[in-house]
Ligand binder design. Structure first.
Ligand code: NI
Length: 187
């Protein structure tokens, strides 16, 4: 099957307003389980990718994984320019890290753990192999923030949060603060 869209489909896409999803917060079980592979690359999936970008920009993030909008599938979107460059939009369906090298320690945060950050060591260079919104396979090499985003988002698809890369002391401190916020109804 080719990827050509009919005129009707193009009109429908042009008219469609993206759906803004709210972001699931730490404590929800969906964030800590391994997600299922994407199997259908249809128009509905392409819409979901658009909705994920829109939701990510709304939340001012540079990466968003499907479990963060409550969907346990192996899909993430990344844009380290925060929407400034349309060509920087990356859809990662069923992504895998096929090469990593170097090390970089930087502060990291997560839309699902708002208000908390911590230093995480990640590879400086990462090459991913993934499928795009149409199911086409591609490989991409990322450096620094992009490499970090690839690792952080792929971790999400495996139910891993950046907290797990912190020292036990730092992790427990953040967990205790979140627990307190939850009790106060602020989480
Ligand atoms: Ni995250």
């Amino acid at each position: 099957m080719d990827g050509n869209l009919t005129n009707t489909e193009i009109r429908e896409m042009a008219q469609r307003q993206p759906k803004i999803y709210s972001i699931v917060k730490y404590g929800d079980a969906v964030l800590e389980k391994s997600a299922a592979p994407v199997e259908r690359f249809d128009a509905e999936f392409a819409d979901l990718c658009e909705d994920m970008f829109a939701s990510m920009y709304q939340a001012q993030g540079v990466g968003l994984a499907a479990p963060q909008i409550g969907k346990s599938i192996r899909l993430a979107v990344v844009d380290v320019t925060g929407g400034k460059n349309p060509e920087a939009r990356i859809v990662l369906a069923n992504p895998e890290i096929i090469h990593a090298e170097g090390e970089k320690r930087e502060e990291e945060g997560c839309l699902s753990i708002p208000g908390f950050r911590g230093y995480v060591i990640r590879p400086q260079f990462v090459t991913v192999r993934a499928q795009d919104a149409r199911g086409e396979f591609f490989e991409m090499r990322g450096e620094d923030l992009l490499a970090r985003a690839f690792c952080h988002e792929i971790d999400h698809l495996n139910g891993i949060l950046f907290l797990q890369h912190l020292s036990m002391l730092k992790r427990d401190l953040i967990r205790r603060k979140i627990k307190k916020l939850r009790k106060q109804g602020e989480w």
